[in-house]
Design a protein around this ligand. Structure first.
Ligand code: NOJ
Length: 571
């Protein structure tokens, strides 16, 4: 397999009218785990700066960085104590400026992670709020009296997203505060106009610093119902990717509140103040595709994108893949755009679900980078980094602490359903080379999490030189996507070929007007070979994850097990 020749992107005037964020490819960096420049065992901003050439050569266009703001790091940055300052272990404001500058100098974009829903309990706002019922900041968070007798029971039955009551008793003022996630992440009260104004200032500040977009953490939890009525009972024990209700209640008063959906439009207006260049918002929300679309606004005037997480638990068989894409297409027709996610810092790594299958990993990469929607690649996915088994009791992740005492059967039950109770497992240091610390940290440092035991075999340096590697496959696909506008923003249509086996997913990406030719994609979700009749096409084979060769289209093509083939149909 050889690197595909890079052809000049053919951007027509029409292409340039399609907003960049709809055409882009995104790569998520978990700063703590990516590259440690100062040798303290913790990844940092200077480390990321040093890897920009790698990222540019990989071919991703937009970088999303998990939070690097000041934080006690109880949830590794998703607990912010100052939205305007940088956590010392990650660097300085000058480093952020340098990073933004260098990313832009390479023609790339940068997306920051914004936690609007809550702050750290150590944020000065919360410190003031909990000090005294009369403090001006009291109403910035959600405080209520407990239920009788004696106020010692939580105000109502609202649960956190992890199960268990979302209410936490605070002795100092004899009231309870609400937290959608963990107790040290108190929810802000968006019904207080001062809170809303303060958080919109944070958003404006980071756009003014040059951020091209924001990823919005648990955006679906922002507004709670003002009635504080109990959530209704439900028989659902567990939330899933497509249905956030569970723990025996429907979270109608705490999740997906109509006021949150309305706020998406308010936030959009703030983003639209920054038109040159345009910026974008991508929301972390949970539910089925139709529900999630509501966050984008009826008139596409809400969040630009929302994560579609059903792919994280998908069954990779032909008919399931077709059904998934169909659901995305149905819910996100133009001018909306789906997203395509295979992993992130909360979920098992995608190759783990494939039981290490490298061919399958390359096939999924081909699906992700050829299907309609904005792809989000999680760091290390491009080399097939796997989960690192770390026992619950050794976990640094605060979620693992919460489940440490859980009965064994429950832990196994979660595992079988692909829920990570110790998210350290998918956050191990990036594997750059075969050295002791895998090139993440200098060899005399101790990385904050142990390296994966296969880091000497699975790393960037070994794959660089291997044309059969997952890394080269990603590079080739990313280059192909840059070269073919139809793959970036073309419509998707199914290829109806009656003789195609059920496990071959085949679609065509086509630009309106079809000036540039259509791109056809054939993905074999089975280990069995399949014969393709390509006699109707006159063009070129642009990509195969098995042979890597470009060639004229043959009349018949034997699609091998887990092979992906992309054909340009252009006489
Ligand atoms: C979702 C984030 O992805 C996760 O890492 C974090 O722990 C929670 N939100 C709380 O902010």
């Amino acid at each position: 397999m050889h690197d595909l020749p890079s052809e000049r992107p053919r951007l027509s005037p029409v292409d340039s009218q399609v907003p960049w964020w709809k055409r882009t490819t995104t790569y998520q960096i978990y700063p703590r785990s990516f590259a440690d420049a100062n040798g303290d065992g913790i990844g940092d901003l200077r480390g990321i700066l040093g890897k920009l050439d790698y990222l540019q050569r990989l071919g991703v266009e937009t970088l999303w960085l998990s939070p690097f703001f000041q934080s006690p790091q109880a949830d590794f940055g998703y607990d912010i104590s100052d939205h305007f300052a940088i956590a010392e272990e990650y660097g300085t404001m000058d480093d952020v400026r340098a990073l933004i500058r260098e990313v832009h100098a390479r023609g790339m974009k940068i997306v920051l992670d914004m936690v609007l829903n809550h702050t750290s309990a150590l944020h000065p706002w919360f410190a003031a709020s909990r000090r005294d019922r009369g403090d001006p900041k009291r109403d910035w968070y959600i405080w209520r009296d407990g239920r009788k007798p004696g106020g010692k029971a939580p105000p109502n039955n609202w649960r956190s997203m992890l199960g268990g009551s979302g209410w936490h008793y605070d002795e100092a003022t004899d009231q309870w505060y609400f937290a959608s996630f963990l107790d040290f992440q108190p929810d802000l009260n968006y019904r207080n106009p001062e809170v809303k104004a303060a958080m919109l200032d944070v958003v404006r500040h980071w756009f003014a610093q040059g951020a091209d977009g924001l990823r919005l953490d648990i955006f679906n939890a922002l507004f709670k119902d003002a009635s504080f009525a109990d959530n209704p009972f439900s028989w659902r024990p567990m939330p899933t990717e497509s249905n956030p209700h569970g723990f025996f209640q429907r979270h109608i008063h705490t999740i997906d509140h109509p006021d949150t959906i309305a706020f998406a439009r308010e936030l959009r207006k703030v983003v639209d103040e920054f038109a040159d260049p345009p910026r974008f918002l991508v929301g972390e929300v949970f539910g089925d595709a139709a529900m999630l679309r509501r966050y984008c606004g009826e008139a596409a005037d809400g969040l630009h994108l929302v994560f579609l997480f059903e792919t994280l638990n998908a069954r990779w068989q032909g008919r399931h893949v077709r059904a998934l894409i169909q659901a995305f297409e149905h819910a996100f027709p133009e001018p909306f755009s789906p997203t395509f996610v295979l992993g992130n810092h909360d979920r098992p790594r995608s190759i783990h679900r494939l039981r290490g299958g490298r061919d399958e990993a390359k096939l999924l990469a081909a699906l992700q980078l050829t299907v309609r929607g904005v792809p989000f690649i999680y760091y290390g996915e491009e080399i097939g980094m796997d989960n690192h088994d770390i026992p619950l009791h050794e976990g640094l992740d605060p979620v693992s602490a919460r489940f440490r005492m859980a009965p064994r059967w429950l832990v196994r039950w979660f595992r079988r359903r692909g829920v990570l109770l110790n998210r350290d497992e998918c956050r191990s240091p990036m594997q750059w080379d075969a050295s002791k610390n895998a090139g993440f940290s200098p060899d005399d440092a101790t990385p904050w999490l142990p390296l994966h035991r296969r880091s000497a075999a699975v790393n960037v340096a070994t794959q660089e030189g291997d044309p059969e590697s997952i890394l080269c496959c990603y590079r080739n696909l990313l280059a192909l996507r840059r070269e073919q506008p139809a793959l970036q923003w073309g419509q998707l249509a199914w290829i109806a070929a009656p003789r195609l086996p059920d496990n071959v997913v085949a679609f065509r990406r086509i630009l309106p007007g079809n000036g540039a030719g259509a791109v056809e994609v054939f993905l074999n979700f089975s280990k069995r070979v399949a014969e393709l009749d390509l006699s109707a096409y006159a063009g070129r084979v642009l990509f195969s994850n098995r042979t890597g060769q470009r060639s004229a289209v043959p009349p018949a093509y034997t699609l091998r097990g887990f092979e992906a083939v992309v054909v340009l149909d252009q006489p």
